[in-house]
Design a protein around this ligand. Structure first.
Ligand code: KG4
Ligand code: ZN
Length: 352
């Protein structure tokens, strides 16, 4: 079984070909970071236009690198939400067009399901497992019970953590994307110098909140002597921010682990995915926590943790195996929670 996957929901245009024996035959990704850098963040209209310009070439490249023709495909999958709707439409229309012309099944993949199932492509992992998805658009803890079966244990009630990293970097003049820049600056910093809040720490449940932390970073910058921020101030503030982020993730994940083990038993795996999981101190902290709580720790390689199309093709394979295909009438969805029964955390609509 061979599937072409297409991903266009944020600022990466990506196409990949994956086989059901877990071979990634090609994995083409073009980041639009340079297009968005002048704006200090992702601009939806700029993203949609760039996807439109790039998607055909990327599909072409993915097919060539895989060394196959469209007739060799068993289906075409595309991210159909959640995400920036202009971009999502570009990927969905492209996939539908190929499916219609080649008379192939079309599979509408939830972007979050792509992240959630990646660990089954990279590691031999059985359901159920606990997933922390932490990126620029999402921050949630999920019990992954099966294909299409998710139980959300917690989500952010305001910003995603990657977004808070990006804003912090922007306020400190470190550029975009902010996560790697903050991590680098923090290496030389004292994480205890500035007292920053740990929102929701110690509370029941596994929801997140980062807007208060972001605000306090801004107030801290404003309270420093005006004029040029010293390199050490920046390093200390980045380290303090990262320490707060780490503490919050560890606290919320501890609760989610207890909920998970009570529901599914002690033998379990904990998977982290999303761009923020590339952060070394955060990853190490979560790894330690997993081993303390008896969870196997799984972090897919960075290129499959951040947005890519191999994860979409793989989710397509998982779905096709179960006969779960979609009609060409399927409408792209800007919002599409993985667990429709989960109570929507206040203000978290767009981050579902
Ligand atoms: O998963 P991703 O590539 O895209 C989505 O948002 O879906 O994640 C990008 C986010 C950005 O906010 C970026 O600043 C953050 O992940 N990020 C990091 C690091 N690398 C990327 N955050 C903290 N530390 C990093 N090393
Ligand atoms: Zn993503």
């Amino acid at each position: 079984m061979i599937i072409l996957g297409i991903e266009t929901s944020c600022d990466e245009t990506a196409a990949a070909v994956v086989a059901d024996d877990k071979r990634i035959l090609s994995d083409a990704v073009l980041s639009q970071i340079e297009d968005h850098r002048p704006f200090g963040g992702v601009v939806p209209e700029v993203a949609a236009r760039a996807h439109l310009e790039l998607v055909d070439g990327l599909v072409d490249r993915a097919m060539k690198e895989a060394g196959i023709g469209f007739d060799d495909l068993d289906a075409v999958a595309a991210t159909a939400g959640p995400g920036l709707i202009g971009g999502v439409l570009v990927g969905v229309m492209t996939a539908k067009a190929i499916a219609a012309v080649k008379k192939l099944p079309f599979i509408a993949v939830n972007h979050l399901e792509g992240h959630a199932l990646t660990a089954r492509l990279t590691d031999n992992l059985n359901f159920p497992y606990l997933l922390l998805l932490v990126s620029g658009g999402h921050c949630q803890l999920l019990a992954v019970e099966g294909v299409g079966q998710y139980r959300r244990l917690g989500t952010t009630i305001d910003d995603a953590l990657g977004e808070a990293f990006d804003k912090t970097a922007k306020m400190l003049g470190l550029g975009f994307p902010g996560g790697p820049a903050v991590e680098k600056a923090a290496e030389d910093g004292d994480g205890t110098r500035f007292e920053l809040p740990r929102p929701l720490k110690g509370r029941d449940g596994a929801d997140f909140s980062f807007s208060g932390l972001k605000t306090k970073v801004r107030q801290t910058i404003e309270a420093l002597p005006p004029g040029n921020l010293k390199k050490q101030d920046i390093a200390d503030l980045c380290a303090s921010f990262q320490a707060a982020a780490e503490d919050v993730l560890a606290d919320r994940t501890t609760n989610a682990m207890a909920i998970f083990q009570a529901a599914y038993g002690k033998q379990a795996a904990f998977v982290v995915a999303g761009g923020v999981a590339a952060n070394k101190p955060i990853r190490e902290r979560l790894k330690r926590l997993a081993s303390e709580k008896g969870f196997q720790f799984i972090a897919p390689p960075a290129n499959l943790c951040t947005d890519n199309a191999a994860m979409i093709a793989w989710a397509g394979i998982e779905r096709l195996k179960l006969g779960m295909t979609d009609s060409l009438d399927f409408k792209a969805r800007p919002r599409w929670p993985l667990d429709p029964d989960a109570p929507l955390a206040a203000g978290a609509g767009g981050k579902a």
